[in-house]
Structures are given as C-alpha cells and as structure tokens.
Design a protein around this ligand. Sequence first.
Ligand code: 5GP
Length: 213
Amino acid sequence: MSNSQAARRRGLLLVISSPSGAGKTSLSRRLISEHPDLTLSVSATTRTPRPGEADGREYWFVTAAAFRAMVADEAFLEWAEVHEHAYGSPRAPIMRHLEDGRDVLFDIDWQGAQAIARSAPEDTVRVFILPPTMADLARRLHARAQDPEDVIARRLGRARGEIAHWREYDYVIVNDDFDLAYAQLSSIYHAERLRRVRNPWIARVVQSLLDEA
Ligand code: 5GP
C-alpha cells in the first residue's frame, strides 16, 4: 500500500487474548510476519525474561520501580497485573504507528482488551483464542519447558478465569489445527481492514463516481 493510501486509512487495534499456551503468540507472530502494515505492540513487563526472549522483541523487561514511573507518567495506554507481574502497553509507539497509517496488534489479557476497547471502541477488534481441551493446554505449557512446574500450575489455574471472558470478544477461534486457526485469524484481519469506517477515502471515490455521471 502506498503512503498516501495508508494515510487515508484508519488503523485498527487488533487485540488477541487467550490463556497462556493456547497459541496466541505463534499466531500473532505469523500474522505480523506476513503483513508489513501490522506492527506488534511490545509491552513492558516486570517479569524476568524466559530463555530465548530478548529485551525489546518479546517485551521491554523493566524493574518494578521503572514500571511504576511509567504508570505515573501515563506512559501506558493500558496496564494490568497478570500472574503476579505488571504488564503494560506503551502509548507513544502505538500512537506513532496509527499516525503512520499502520495497524497495531496487541497480545494482551482480557483486562487489557477491555481497556483498549473502552478507549477506542470503533478502532478495536478483539479476538479470543481457545485451546481445544484443557489437557491440550497443559500439554502445550509443559512442552514449552520454559517455566518451572509451580508457574505452569498457576498458569493452568488462571486459564479458567481467562476463558470466562470469551463473550467479551468479537471473534473466537479454537486453535486445534494451527494452519486452520491461522487462516481464520488472517480472514478476520483482512475483512476488518475492509470495513467502511476504516476507509474514509471511499467517500471521495464515491463522490467522483457520482460527479462523472
Ligand atoms: P506471559 O508472561 O506468558 O508472556 O504473559 C502473561 C499474560 O500477560 C498473557 O496473557 C499476555 O497476553 C498478557 N500480557 C502481556 N502484555 C500485556 C499488556 O501489555 N497488558 C495486558 N493487560 N496484558 C498483557
């Protein structure tokens, strides 16, 4: 898409939530890698990095004091406590991406999804990813082998609470088969981008069509 077209498009906020281990991160990363106009909102968190995670890529890893300072500066569009740690979506890069005509993807929990939808109801699309079964979720958390047993147990315990919010989302995908779930997510994104409200430039096309007649 050319810059001038992008500038005439209204960016969307694509919020994806799920219990940990349901595959939302893999789905999100693939959607981003295949769509240059879509950017990930990299959250700040007080949790420690898992093996393989890099500062500024998966998260900005910050101290509790630095996080509190960002909250005080109103540097977050939303923030929440999840699994005993604080997580927040930094406001400035999000606003910059939207001004550049890009879409922003959020890999955040139900509290963040609610907050973003409240702050920009017309621009927010919420997608919830479900695991096919709880046994499958447990298997995926163990296969990830990045968290100690007690952390996995806590994440499983929290999964029910997260799933309870499924009705607050516009779309729900059951991630049984990754490629199918990805195709569904991609369809949602493509259709949502085509919504009339996100494409105000169409009014000018219509005007010139009518002027031609
Ligand atoms: P994890 O520690 O497994 O990376 O993430 C734990 C949970 O926090 C996930 O459900 C994730 O989506 C959520 N999360 C990550 N970043 C944010 C954020 O900026 N805001 C909110 N509200 N939740 C977040």
